[in-house]
Design a protein around this ligand. Structure first.
Ligand code: SAM
Ligand code: DTB
Ligand code: SF4
Length: 334
């Protein structure tokens, strides 16, 4: 095979060592790049580590819905807000497995189970482990998001074979108390440390469009990238505004700033799966194409996120077809 030295040099530059020492000025400078320069840089780095036309797909299921004691200002599942949601207790294992089988049949490779808890009880964790084992037996990867965990619970989930734990930092440490007052940023960091220590893959990201500043978005990405190991999966959610929640009516974020956030995340965490997460229902196909160009390479797939709507699977499949994207892939670039 003939070797193109210019292309090779380019790949070598794009494959620079992973960094964990990002400074605010550097990240602000990335955000401030002309859009084309930023996207080119992100796409070059993306290509050095991943198949640029491959997107990993996960399906979500809310296994316990609503009545949550927390006051997260974006969340329709908080008991403090009237979002019109009907609360539901923890689902039986067989119903969860039926939903997982359906997700698998539709093409999802990972099944993510979410529960509206501040923190689970030990007996809840045991039931979730049964779900994890059942889903693994179907040949799917597993992810759960259950709130804060104790050491023992984290260990139990690891022993149960859990592949990923999702626990978002959501925004910068400075902006956190504007959105959530019932727990601290440090509480989140402590659970993330436990998950990492236990050897479970980390899925951690945030929400943009909550009225935060550009500095807040940069600080969130710095928190993630400066962890001793980058999260294997980095979900970037666009706020889904839900009637009845305090953040309903927040001024909409410029969609191009959302794309920039994905690009900066790709540059800072070159080997992580950057997930184009909540909010796709309000995005055009062209906007999503830009998100993939910026380096997003995973999505939530299926007609529902946890409690809100996601694009229909048929629509996503048609979009993949139009873009020449195929699904697949493990989470982290080796
Ligand atoms: N209760 C657990 C927790 O808070 O970690 C797990 C479930 S919680 C619903 C999972 C994540 O969903 C949150 O951390 C947040 O990032 C995201 N989320 C919730 N409501 C959202 C909304 N309206 N728009 C975008 N993302 C949202
Ligand atoms: C994540 O970052 N986004 C997902 C998943 N991880 C658990 C959840 C999005 C929830 C959107 C609002 C809802 O459907 O309730
Ligand atoms: Fe509860 Fe999680 Fe929603 Fe916060 S984000 S209210 S902890 S379900």
């Amino acid at each position: 095979m003939s070797v193109n030295p210019v292309f090779n040099r380019h790949i070598a530059i794009a494959q620079a060592a992973l960094r964990h020492d990002w400074r605010l000025e550097e990240v602000q400078a990335l955000y401030a790049l002309p859009f084309n320069d930023l996207i080119f840089k992100a796409q070059s780095i993306h290509r050095a580590h991943f198949d640029p036309n491959e997107v990993q797909i996960s399906s979500l299921l809310s296994i316990k819905t609503g009545s949550c004691s927390e006051d997260c200002g974006y969340c329709p599942q908080s008991a403090r807000y009237d979002s019109g949601l009907t609360p539901e207790a923890l689902m039986p294992v067989d119903a969860v497995l039926k939903a997982a089988q359906q997700a698998k049949d539709q093409g999802a490779s990972r099944f993510c189970m979410g529960a509206a808890w501040r923190q689970p009880k030990d007996k809840d964790v045991e039931r979730v482990i049964e779900m994890v084992q059942g889903v693994k037996a179907l040949g799917m990867e597993t992810c759960v998001t259950l709130g804060m965990l104790t050491d023992k619970q984290t260990q139990r989930l690891k022993e149960g074979g859990l592949d990923y734990y999702n626990h978002n930092l959501d925004t910068s440490e400075d902006y956190y108390s504007e959105v959530i007052t019932t727990r601290t940023y440090q509480d989140r960091l402590d659970t993330l440390d436990r998950v990492r220590e236990a050897g479970i893959n980390v899925c951690c990201g945030g929400i943009v469009g909550m009225g935060e500043s550009e500095t807040d978005r940069a600080q969130l990405l710095i928190q993630l990238a400066n962890m001793p190991k980058h999260p294997e999966s980095v979900p970037v959610n666009m706020l889904v505004q839900v009637e009845g929640t305090p953040l309903m009516g927040t001024e909409a974020l410029d969609p191009l700033v959302f794309v920039r956030t994905l690009a900066v995340a790709r540059i800072m965490m070159p080997k992580s799966r950057v997930r184009l997460s909540a909010g796709r229902n309000k995005m055009s196909d062209e906007m999503q194409a830009l998100c993939f160009l910026a380096g997003a390479n995973s999505i939530f797939y299926g007609d529902k996120l946890l409690t809100t709507d996601n694009p229909m699977t048929n629509h996503d499949l048609a979009l993949f077809n139009r873009l020449g994207i195929h699904s697949g892939g493990s989470s982290y670039a080796e």
